[in-house]
Design a protein around this ligand. Structure first.
Ligand SMILES: *Cc1c(COP(=O)(O)O)cnc(C)c1O
Length: 481
C-alpha cells in the first residue's frame, strides 16, 4: 500500500511549498492516522507532532465532539451559501461567538475559506474603508520583511518572503516592507538575550524597529498609507517573539497617524499565546484581524476577518454592496466544527491553562535547551517556541549554509519520533494546546537528543571538510509554511 501510494504521489501530486523533483527522488512520508498530540505514519511509526499539523490542530487530533459536529451538520445541511440575502445557523452562531471572544470593539466577521483569503479580504476592506472616508489615495499597506500572510497573490505580496516574491510576480502594487523585530537574527551580535531586563539592547532594538514604521509612514506620506499589518509573533518566519518594547512602540506610532492596524491572528489566535488572540496578549486594538488555522483546530478549512466597529460601521452605513466573497464563505459544516471548537476551548478552559500552566511550564523546560552547545537562543511564549542553531554560542555565529544544519536537525528529530520544523537554522515548535506536562518533557528530551546527534554529525562533516560537504548541499532551502 505504501509503495503504491508513493508511486502515485510521485506520478501525480504536486505538493505545496515543495521542490517537486527533489521530493520525487526522496518520496514522501505518508501519515495514516493521529490521536491527541501524536501522528502515525505508514511505516507504523508514531511521532510527537510538536507543530500541531501546520500550527492549527489546537485541540489535538481525534476529538469526537468535532467529528460529531461535522457529521450532524453534513446530514442537516451540507452546503448552502451566504450570498443573496440567505444564511444558515452555523455561520450566524459562529459570527456571534467570535464577536463574544474578540476584543470588545470587534463585533463583525467576514468568512473566508483560508488565511490567505482572509488577507485578500482585509486588503480590499482596508482600501475600501478609506475610499468611503473620502481618502481613496490612502492605499499603501506597510508590512514586514520575513512576514507570512499566505500564498495567494495578495497574501504573498503582503508577506515578506523574498523567495516567494521572486516567483509569479509582479506583486500587488502599493505594499511596502519594513524591518522585522528579530533580535537574535538582526540585532547586534554579542549582546544579551531577548527580554533580559538587565540588558537594554534588545529593547532599544525593538524601539528601532517601530521607528522604521514611522520613518516609512513619513516617507510615503500619512495621507497615502491605509494600514500596517503584522503577526503578533511571526510564525513561519521562525517563531520570532518581538522584544517587549516593540508592540507598545508600534502602538504609539500608529496612534500618532491615522492608519489602520491589521493584526494577522492566523497562528496567534485561539490560544497559542495564552490569550484568545495575540492582540489581547499584547494589548493591541486592531481594526482588522485575519483568522484561520486554529479557528477549527484545522479539522476543516475556514478563515475570516474580524472587523472592528470603526471599519464595520463605515462599510455597513456608507458602503453599499461590497463586491467580494467566496463560494465557501461561512460554509455550514466548517462553521459548525469551528463553533464546537471554540466552545470546547471555552468550556475546558484550554486558553487559561496555556497562560497559567502549560506556557510557563514549557518556558522553564525549553529554556534548559539554551545550555546546549549548538543552541544560541531558546525562546518561547505560550505554546510557540524556537531554538537558534549556532556554530559558536558566544559570537552567535551561524553554521555554514552548505551544512543545512536546520534541515539536518529536523530530519534527525523525525528519525527520533518528533516533528519539529526548521526555518533556515531556526528550529520551531507550536504543539497542540492540549499537550500534557509529561508530553512536554518527552518533547524536550527528544529535542535534546536530536540536538546532540545534530552536533555530532555536523562536527563530523566539518572535520571531513569541503569534499563531503559538497554532497550535502543538494537540499535546497525549503520553506514549509
Ligand atoms: C498560514 C498563515 C496564513 C495563510 O493561511 P492559509 O490558510 O494557508 O491560506 C496567513 N497568515 C499567517 C500568519 C499564517 O501563518
Amino acid at each position: 500500500m505504501t509503495d503504491e501510494l508513493t508511486r502515485l504521489d510521485r506520478a501525480h501530486h504536486l505538493h505545496p511549498f515543495t521542490d517537486f523533483k527533489a521530493l520525487g527522488e526522496e518520496g514522501s512520508r505518508i501519515i495514516v492516522h493521529a490521536e491527541g498530540v501524536y501522528i502515525h505514519d505508514s511505516e507504523g511509526r508514531r511521532l510527537l507532532d510538536a507543530m500541531a499539523g501546520l500550527w492549527c490542530v489546537n485541540l489535538g487530533y481525534g476529538r469526537e465532539e468535532l467529528i460529531t459536529a461535522a457529521t450532524e451538520q453534513l446530514r442537516e445541511l451540507p452546503y448552502y451559501n451566504n450570498f443573496f440575502k440567505s444564511t444558515h445557523a452555523p455561520a450566524v452562531k459562529l459570527a456571534a461567538k467570535l464577536s463574544e471572544i474578540a476584543p470588545a470593539h470587534m463585533n463583525h466577521v467576514f468568512f473566508t475559506g483560508s488565511g490567505s483569503e482572509a488577507n485578500d479580504t482585509m486588503l480590499r476592506m482596508a482600501r475600501r474603508y478609506w475610499a468611503l472616508k473620502g481618502k481613496p489615495e490612502k492605499q499603501w499597506i506597510i508590512a514586514r520583511e520575513n512576514a507570512y500572510h499566505g500564498s495567494t497573490v495578495a497574501g504573498m505580496s503582503l508577506g515578506g518572503m523574498a523567495p516567494m516574491h521572486e516567483q509569479g510576480g509582479p506583486l500587488v502594487p502599493g505594499i511596502t516592507h519594513v524591518r522585522q523585530p528579530y533580535w537574535f537574527g538582526e540585532g547586534r551580535f554579542g549582546e544579551g538575550p531577548l527580554n533580559d531586563a538587565a540588558d537594554p539592547s534588545a529593547q532599544a532594538f525593538g524601539r528601532d524597529c517601530a521607528a522604521a514604521i514611522e520613518a516609512r509612514i513619513l516617507e510615503l506620506g500619512e495621507d497615502k498609507v491605509a494600514a500596517f499589518i503584522a503577526e503578533p509573533v511571526q510564525g513561519a518566519g521562525g517563531a520570532i517573539i518581538p522584544p517587549e518594547s516593540y508592540w507598545p512602540a508600534v502602538k504609539a506610532v500608529l496612534a500618532k497617524y491615522d492608519i489602520l492596524l491589521v493584526v494577522d491572528e492566523v497562528i496567534c489566535g485561539f490560544g497559542r499565546l495564552g490569550a484568545w488572540f495575540g492582540s489581547m496578549h499584547y494589548d493591541l486594538a486592531p481594526d482588522l484581524m485575519p483568522i484561520a488555522k486554529g479557528l477549527s483546530s484545522g479539522y476543516l478549512p475556514i478563515g475570516g476577518v474580524l472587523v472592528g466597529d470603526r471599519v464595520a460601521d463605515t462599510l455597513i452605513e456608507e458602503g453599499g454592496e461590497f463586491f467580494h466573497g467566496f463560494t465557501y464563505s461561512g460554509h455550514p459544516v466548517c462553521a459548525a466544527v469551528a463553533l464546537k471548537n471554540l466552545e470546547i476551548l471555552q468550556d475546558e478552559r484550554v486558553i487559561e491553562r496555556v497562560r497559567e500552566d502549560l506556557g510557563p511550564y514549557l518556558a522553564s523546560r525549553w529554556a534548559t535547551l539554551a545550555e546546549h552547545p549548538i543552541v544560541g537562543e531558546a525562546r518561547s511564549l505560550g505554546l510557540i517556541g524556537a531554538l537558534e542553531l549556532v556554530a559558536d554560542k558566544a559570537g552567535r555565529a551561524r553554521f555554514d549554509k552548505s551544512l543545512a544544519a536546520g534541515n539536518l536537525c529536523r530530519d534527525i528529530c523525525i528519525e527520533r519520533g518528533l516533528v519539529m520544523r526548521s526555518v533556515g537554522d531556526t528550529m520551531i515548535i507550536s504543539p497542540p494546546l492540549v499537550i500534557t506536562h509529561a508530553q512536554i518533557d518527552a518533547m524536550v528530551d527528544l529535542a535534546r537528543d536530536a540536538l546532540d546527534e545534530t552536533a555530532r554529525r555536523l562536527s563530523l562533516q566539518i572535520a571531513h571538510g569541503a569534499d563531503n560537504r559538497a554532497g550535502n548541499v543538494s537540499e535546497t532551502q525549503e520553506r514549509h509554511i
